[in-house]
Design a protein around this ligand. Sequence first.
Ligand SMILES: *Cc1c(COP(=O)(O)O)cnc(C)c1O
Length: 341
Amino acid sequence: MATRRPILLKEIYEARRRIAGTARRTPLMPAPRLEAESGRQVRLKLETLQDTGAFKVRGAANAILSLDDAARRRGVVTYSTGNHGRAVAHVAGLAGVPATVCVSEQVTPGKIAALEASGCRLSIEGRSQDEAAARAARLAAADGLTAIDPINDRAVVAGHGTAGLELIEDWPEVDTVVVPVSGGALISGVALAVKSARPRCRVVGVSMARGAAMYESLKAGRPVVVDEVASLADSLQGGILLDNRYSFAMVGEMVDELVLVSEDEIAHAMAHAYWHERLILEGAAATPIAALLFRDPASFGDAVALVLTGNAVDGAVLADIASRYRDAVAGAAPAAVRGAA
Ligand SMILES: *Cc1c(COP(=O)(O)O)cnc(C)c1O
């Protein structure tokens, strides 16, 4: 973390070799109903099929498997609203590396249970992601642990970028890649991989309308702190770090557009995935579907890939949304979409 030199495509290729036995090459699936509703070709990159149910295992594997033997013996520490911590715990478990995960008290019970099951040391304290981050940094300094930051770690960004390599290899004709954005590590790696192969492919980020840290930071021209507001897209909550090293600059340079979606649109997209794509998606992962359904589909070009990032949703929450939005997703496509199709 001592250097801010730009992350190179080469590091994504190295990551791919390093994580090959740990993270899965995920499929890119057609989505007929979304194609009918949007009038575009649509494919879904199913990161929900990774162990732990989210793409975060890519970055965690690259970071942990890069460590030398001494660092592995001392162990790793991280902070997370859930999926990153779970991925670090999972990969550390596979590699025989001790792991400590710091989370805030806002984290959902389902995510806590999953972390506890992974066998890591868990530290639950504080009201925000920032407090959890500060605690992880203290533990790293005090115990000589290697901190694996979900945002400011170049091995994490490069590891996530392997999803972009796979995508562009599987579908070189893609016009637009749509990616959920929180701290921006995923979209940074994906944009680097995709734009290196296809400079004219658009990369679009999606966040929830309230508390979108990357969106507000780009608007301000520097990383800013946002209030954490409850959202169905809980994996998109949290800041981008005031000393952001990579993702703020990479998103500013390579991401063509950031789209915001409402809670109602996220719920609709989760129900759509459940009833029509037969997929269990958490709110964050449904945001690309919400963007495609509720923003002008023509702005996505003819061929659209949606990166569906994770499935960590409470079963009761999803069941409630699926039943409340059943009629809404069963009917005809939204008017704006019909017009464009
Ligand atoms: C972490 C996460 C994101 C956002 O990734 P960033 O790299 O923080 O932008 C999106 N979806 C899910 C399911 C996540 O766990």
